[in-house]
Design a protein around this ligand. Sequence first.
Ligand code: URA
Ligand code: SF4
Length: 220
Amino acid sequence: MKIAMLSDLHDGAAEAYLPERLTKASLHDSLQDCRGCPLWEHATQAVPGEGRKSSRVMLVGEQPGDREDIDGRPFVGPAGRLLDEALEQAGIDRESAFVTNAVKHFKWEPRGKRRLHQKPNRSEVEACGPWLAGEIEYVRPDFLVLLGSTAAQAVLGSDVRVTRIRGEVLTDTPLAAHVMATVHPSSILRTRDGDRHDAMEAFVDDLRQVARLVSASRSR
Ligand code: URA
Ligand code: SF4
């Protein structure tokens, strides 16, 4: 497992669209003009990360979903509600976390009247890396939490399997003092009824470790 350096993430085609000075406004406005891969074409808008510059924790999902594409905000649909619930159970205030995605435009295919989520491919994830790099530079989080395989592979390499490393805290990485991969909240929504409670508990346990380490490093 090779943890990306910021310079690796900056290698993507979106680099040409990154603003020179990273501010909340510049990260939002320049993102809307990104043509680093074809995904902008069928999306309503690009969805930047959301949260305070002072956030200690950065949560990275896959890409905006249907709701996020319309609202322009990350994790505001069903997966977002589950994430909110898990964060609350773990004692992490969503307001104190920076929430973003590995890919900033919604990839979908029509299915009747609905827009069905499609997983971004490796070249789209690579193309979009500079935006994640820019957000990491802007926030400088202590803890980077990778939600699901797209985020994990974007940062830890394409051979990473979340099932193998979930909940493992990687320390002193080039990107943040702590990095952890865990499942994507959508995977819990897809878990069948009988197993969903356990899946949620395991996810909350991973987030509790984040809460604990963040409060420990704060009191140092
Ligand atoms: N899934 C994600 O990965 N990100 C979102 O913002 C919403 C759903
Ligand atoms: Fe740019 Fe990322 Fe959107 Fe592709 S998905 S156009 S790289 S912002």
